[in-house]
Each structure stands twice: as structure tokens, then as C-alpha cells.
Design a protein around this ligand. Structure first.
Ligand code: ADP
Ligand code: MG
Length: 694
């Protein structure tokens, strides 16, 4: 039997394998690229490629692929075999440095938001040596960035890497003021991934789930999550087997899956890995999502990663735990006396300022048609961005603003009142589950992201805006003669200006949106409202200044996001109309006929028989058919109206304001019928059935 330590990372060309298999000099040069952000020496690539190929073939690989993340957000791969035919009819397995470093997939079939019209259709993939190559399904996967012929980023990874570079640069400037010169500053991310598991046979019966990832119809189950018995509940055996297989495959791929548990909603679960450097964490998260879907199907299950698969039931989020570290030391660790920890306070201030100044960009970074159903519903954070600091840090910030001294009560020990239980130190923040951006001890947790999203955008924005506010600080401190005095004065002023973003209360309360309005915080409720933040002049200026995205890259991404939104809602509208016409109306007609026949038969036997209940039911069914039918017609005309709206933003707005309400009207009418029509006649599995299974 293999031990866990043999299993973990066994399919990864990681540092350990590199040390073992690369000549010392090559290893040293590659390690400098990986650990010290030094540019890669091209001569190194040939040697690495050879070692990588030998290793991969030993592990059973026959093909390799440049694994990349086009603007669709999901990963793409095209497999090439290692085979090179020889004149004598045999074949050699070869893989050159050039093939490792650079690939040329056909870029023309990926969304580019107009970049292709301006530039050549060619696209190149380029090796990201900072995220390890791995073997999946006998294919050596090489994490790569994807750029156009002209060098414009066509993917999610390139700007993310640029943003990591930007924040690293600015953080080093700030750390230099504290007399420190770390070799590597990097941001870290631990993404918690939520998902639902339902039975494959139920999924197969629902066109809405198959084509849109969410149920477009369905009344609430008789039992929801009100008994709160599912959260952390014992995991059902089928799901347990799924999780065991998932975790072991993830471990083989070096993904440090750590916790698995049931979530709040019935049939909902979560997996959290141990955090890693941001780009590696995101690659790992994308792999996790892919494996979840694949492994579920081996257990007769389907893994739903949509942000809101079931109306009225908690949606799927993906909490982005974020921090920044210098040579492995977490810069957001407040230590036991945060008030005296000037360096921590400077970084904290930079985060607070960044989140307040660029609320709109952060909101934009997680905007999608799916996430619109989640943000603002009762479990997810609202669409308003605010920061939760917890009691102690909030008091520290107050003290700075008021120029007072803060005396910590010190770490509190918890006495549980039972001698046999251990006493332990209380965390200095409680868990506020309602905040979109919460400080949780030594990191920030950005909770607005939806489960389906590629977290690159959110982290690209976070890194860039914090790079900017770190730069602001470093600029002001340039030439300061009394660093401590000036740093404190800067923090006092900055925190005073940005304190409106701090909110420790209940983000789900009815008062919060009003209070937020009073504070002039943004409340961008939908994707078409949030996306224009991307192309706001101050956003473009920010991205250009830090070399993260050029104007044309920002504009093309904005276009892609708008188009994606419209296309998603368009598909949902079409599926709604199709299901209503082809499934629900016929089912209701059929059931009405049964009732009508029953009434007629009874009256035949004896006109004195009381059929009033059936007649009432029949009347409701007939009315339902008419309402649905009229609703579908209205939906269809809203779809054509939206489709003919000119301009991508206007287009998206039309889908938001015309198509979505029309879809909803059809849904409401159908859902009303679901509770009237006999179970055997209803054509699709109900929420009761899908969410509660053994
Ligand atoms: P909760 O469910 O309470 O939010 P979890 O323990 O499930 O917490 O998830 C916390 C996540 O935060 C984990 O993925 C963990 O690895 C990650 N994390 C911890 N420290 C850091 C850090 N310094 N940087 C980024 N992520 C971190
Ligand atoms: Mg969390």
C-alpha cells in the first residue's frame, strides 16, 4: 500500500523531483526563476524539458499539453503526443525546450473581445514555471499563459501574474522603509469551494440543469435548511466515497485538499485546500473543480458548481482567503499587540484604503449572471462592499483615528467551566459570516466570489489596488526624516478618510443598505451595473500604471464579460421557453384531461355526485396553462427585443431588465402548477426529490 506521503504530489514535477532529476546547475537557475522571480534562461528549458519528458513517460504519459485559461475562465488543453516518427518506421518520444516554453494553439476560437479584429488571430501559450507541471489522464500538463501575436493577454493568468509582480514590487518598497529586503514577496490564496451533489438520473431529466447549470423552475422543498441539520452533519456514504476518491486524486496532483464538510443547504458540500501562492492556488482550484465533476460521474452523481442552482436554497460561493507574505512570513499577522505593530498597521491601512477606493472594481471582479442570484440573497454577502475587522482591530483603528493609545486586554483565555476541557486562547476576531470582506485573524476573506468563477480576476484586482495603496504610502514616506511619526500621521489621515468602508454589523440586515447609502458606498446590484467599473477612467489608469492591463486589454475584457452575460441569460431564456412549451404545458394539459374525464365519468354515473373540488382544480389548471402560455409569448418577444438591441452594454441591460423578469413570470406560473399537478404527471424531478436522497 502506498503511504500518503508517497501519494502526495506523485503526479507533479515539483521541487523535489526537479532536485532529483535536474543537473545541479540547471536546478539552481530554474529555482532562481521560481523562488526569486528572476527571468528564465532559455538554455535551461531544453534540459528541463528532457527531464520532464523522461519523468512523465515513466509515469505513463504519452501526450503533453499547454494547459491555459482563456477568457471563458475554464481551462483549455490540446493534447500533442511525444511521438516523433523515425525513417526506419519506429518512433521516438521527444519533447524540446521550445515545446515546453511556447505553444501555438489556434487563438481564433477563444473569446478575445475584439482583440482579434485588431491583431492577428495567432495566439501563443507561454510556460509559467512558477506553477508546477503535472500529469492528468496520461497527459503532461504544463501551466501556461496565453497571449496574442502582439503580446496582449488573452487569458486570465497573464494579468494575474503581472499583478503579483506589481504588488511584490510595491510591498518591497514599503518593507525597505522598515529596513527589510526580502527576496520574494508573494500573495497567498486559499479558496474554499462550495458545490452540490445530486443524482445523475435527476440531472438527466432536467434540461435547465444540463444547459444552464441551474434550475429555472421548481418550488421550494417542504423542508429547506431551517432545521440547520446538514451543516457539518455526518456525510452520507455515497458522498463520502466521492470525497475520498476526490481527495486522493487531488493529493496525487499535489493539491493540498484539507477540509471537507457538508454545507448549510441540503446536498451541499465544501472543500478547502491549504493556501498557496496565488497563481498555484488558482491552478489548483481549477483542477479541483474539474476533478469534482469528473469523479462525481463515477459515483452516479453530478457536481453542480453554479452560483445558485436552486432558488430559495443557499447558493455556491468560493471564499477567497487572501494574504501577502515576505519570504514566507505573513505580513497580515497582527501578532499579540497589533497596536504596536507598525508594519502590520501599514499593510492593514493599505488594504482598507484600496478596498474603499476601488469598491467598484472589486465588485466587478466577481460579477456574473450566476452570481447576481447570490449576492444580496439571504446567505451571501450583499452587493455592497464593506470590511469587517473584528472588535480588537476596529478599536485599534479607532484609536489611531482619534490619536489615542490603545491598550490591548491581551489575548483572552477561554475558560469553558469544565475542568477536563482544555483552556484555549480566543481568536482576536469573531467569525462574522455576513461580511463580504472579513479580516479573519491573519488574512482577509473576500466572500463575494461565486463558486463557478476563475478567481484570477478577483485576485488581479486585489493585488493591483493594494499595490497602488502601498505605492501611495511609499511615495509619501520618500524623504521622510522621522519615519515613525510620518507613518502614523499618514495612517491617521488615511484611516479617517476611508473609515466608511469598515462595518462590523450584520450585512444581511434591512438597515445596512440605507446606512451604506448614507456612507456613499456603491451598491451595484447586477452585472450590467457592475461591469462598467472595469472601463472607468481611474480603473484603466490604475491597470496601465502598474503594467497589469493595457487600455485595449481592459476594453476587450469588458466586452467579453458583457457578451458572456448576455449569452448566458439568452440561453436561460430559450431553455425557459422550451421547457414551458415542451414539458410543462403538455403535462398540465394531460393532468387536466384526467381531471376532466373524471368529472365527466362521475357525472355520467350520477349527476348528483359533487365534483366541485375537481372543477375548482380544473379551473386553476386551465388558468395556469393560459398564464404560462401568455408568459412564454412575452418571454419570446423579450428575447427577440434583447437580441436586436445594439451595443453590448445596452444588450446586457436589455437581458437584465426585459428577459430576466419575463423568465421569472413564466417560472412563477409553472411553479404554482407544480403544487397542483399529480406527482406522477410532473415531468421533471422536484426540489424535494433532488435535494433529499440517500
Ligand atoms: P472558514 O470555513 O472558517 O472560512 P476554512 O478553514 O475552511 O475557514 O478556510 C480557511 C482558508 O484560508 C483555508 O483555505 C486556509 O488555507 C486559508 N488561509 C489560511 N491562512 C492563509 C493565508 N495566510 N493566506 C491565504 N489563505 C490562508
Ligand atoms: Mg470561509
Amino acid at each position: 500500500m502506498t503511504t500518503i506521503s508517497e501519494l502526495f504530489g506523485s503526479m507533479v514535477f515539483n521541487d523535489h523531483v526537479m532536485q532529483e532529476r535536474l543537473p545541479k546547475a540547471t536546478y539552481k537557475l530554474l529555482a532562481q526563476t521560481i523562488k526569486e522571480d528572476k527571468p528564465l534562461d532559455p538554455d535551461v528549458a531544453n534540459v528541463v524539458a528532457h527531464a520532464m519528458k523522461e519523468w512523465a513517460i515513466e509515469k505513463g504519459a504519452t501526450h503533453y499539453t499547454h494547459w491555459f485559461q482563456p477568457l471563458t475562465g475554464i481551462t483549455s488543453e490540446k493534447h500533442d503526443s511525444f511521438i516523433t516518427p523515425q525513417p526506419d518506421g519506429r518512433a521516438l518520444m521527444s519533447f524540446s525546450g521550445k515545446e515546453l516554453i511556447q505553444g501555438e494553439p489556434d487563438a481564433s476560437s477563444f473569446p478575445s473581445g475584439g482583440l482579434r479584429a485588431t491583431f492577428e488571430a495567432r495566439g501563443y501559450t507561454a510556460w509559467d514555471p512558477t506553477s508546477y507541471a503535472f500529469i492528468k489522464d496520461n497527459v503532461l500538463c504544463i501551466p501556461t499563459a496565453f497571449v496574442s501575436y502582439g503580446g496582449e493577454a488573452l487569458d486570465k493568468k497573464t494579468p494575474l501574474l503581472r499583478s503579483m509582480d506589481a504588488i511584490s514590487r510595491e510591498a518591497k518598497r514599503v518593507l525597505a522603509l522598515f529596513g527589510k529586503s526580502p527576496i520574494q514577496v508573494s500573495t497567498t490564496v486559499g479558496p474554499e469551494q462550495e458545490y452540490f451533489l445530486i443524482k445523475e438520473e435527476d440531472y438527466a431529466d432536467r434540461l435547465d440543469l444540463i444547459l444552464t447549470g441551474r434550475t429555472l423552475f421548481g418550488t421550494a422543498p417542504c423542508k429547506g435548511q431551517e432545521l440547520e441539520e446538514h451543516y457539518f452533519g455526518s456525510i452520507r456514504p455515497t458522498v463520502n466515497r466521492f470525497m475520498e476518491e476526490l481527495v486522493s486524486e487531488l493529493w496525487m496532483l499535489g493539491v493540498p485538499a484539507k477540509t471537507k464538510h457538508n454545507e448549510v443547504a441540503p446536498s451541499q458540500h465544501e472543500l478547502a485546500p491549504i493556501f498557496q501562492t496565488t497563481n498555484a492556488a488558482i491552478d489548483a482550484n481549477l483542477l479541483t473543480m474539474e476533478l469534482m465533476r469528473k469523479i462525481a460521474s463515477r459515483h452516479g452523481l453530478v457536481c453542480l458548481q453554479h452560483e445558485k442552482p436552486f432558488e430559495g436554497i443557499n447558493g455556491n460561493g468560493k471564499h477567497n482567503n487572501w494574504s501577502i507574505s515576505a519570504d514566507g512570513v505573513n505580513l497580515l499577522d497582527p501578532g499579540s499587540t497589533p497596536f504596536e505593530n507598525l508594519q502590520f498597521l501599514v499593510f492593514l491601512t493599505a488594504v482598507i484604503k484600496a478596498v474603499d477606493e476601488y469598491q467598484g472594481l472589486l465588485r466587478m471582479s466577481v460579477a456574473s449572471a450566476g452570481n447576481d442570484h447570490r449576492l444580496g440573497a439571504n446567505e451571501a454577502p450583499p452587493a455592497i462592499i464593506s470590511i469587517f475587522l473584528g472588535d480588537e482591530l476596529e478599536a485599534v483603528v479607532r484609536a489611531i483615528i482619534n490619536a489615542e493609545t490603545y491598550t490591548s486586554n491581551g489575548a483572552k483565555t477561554m475558560d469553558l467551566g469544565v475542568p477536563v476541557l482544555p483552556t484555549f486562547i480566543k481568536d482576536n476576531t469573531d467569525r462574522n459570516r455576513t461580511s463580504p470582506f472579513a479580516f479573519t485573524g491573519n488574512k482577509f476573506e473576500f466572500r463575494m466570489a461565486g463558486a463557478e468563477v476563475n478567481l484570477s480576476d478577483a485576485n488581479m484586482v486585489l493585488n493591483t489596488i493594494i499595490a497602488k495603496t502601498l505605492a501611495d504610502f511609499a511615495d509619501v514616506m520618500d524623504g521622510s526624516t522621522d519615519f515613525e511619526r510620518d507613518a502614523k500621521a499618514y495612517m491617521r489621515q488615511t484611516l479617517t478618510e476611508h473609515q466608511r468602508i469598515i462595518f462590523n454589523g450584520d450585512n444581511y440586515s434591512d438597515e445596512w443598505p440605507n446606512e451604506a447609502m448614507r456612507r456613499k458606498l456603491l451598491n451595484l446590484k447586477s452585472t450590467p451595473e457592475a461591469l462598467p467599473q472595469y472601463v472607468a477612467p481611474e480603473s484603466i489608469e490604475l491597470f496601465e500604471r502598474f503594467g497589469v492591463l493595457s487600455r485595449i486589454e481592459v476594453e476587450s475584457r469588458y466586452e467579453v464579460k458583457l457578451e458572456h452575460y448576455s449569452k448566458k441569460v439568452n440561453i436561460e431564456g430559450l431553455v425557459t421557453a422550451r421547457m414551458a412549451r415542451a414539458r410543462f404545458i403538455p403535462a398540465i394539459v394531460e393532468y387536466s384531461t384526467v381531471i376532466a374525464t373524471s368529472i365527466a365519468t362521475k357525472k355520467d354515473v350520477s349527476p348528483a355526485l359533487d365534483t366541485s373540488a375537481e372543477e375548482k382544480l380544473l379551473t386553476s389548471l386551465a388558468a395556469g396553462i393560459n398564464t404560462i402560455s401568455a408568459g412564454v409569448e412575452a418571454l419570446e418577444s423579450s428575447l427577440s427585443e434583447a437580441a436586436s438591441t445594439q451595443g453590448s452594454l445596452e444588450n446586457a441591460r436589455a437581458y437584465l431588465t426585459k428577459v430576466l423578469p419575463a423568465m421569472n413570470a413564466v417560472r412563477v406560473a409553472v411553479d404554482e402548477m407544480e403544487v397542483l399537478v399529480g406527482h406522477d404527471y410532473w415531468p421533471v424531478p422536484s426540489y424535494n426529490h433532488m435535494l433529499f436522497y440517500t
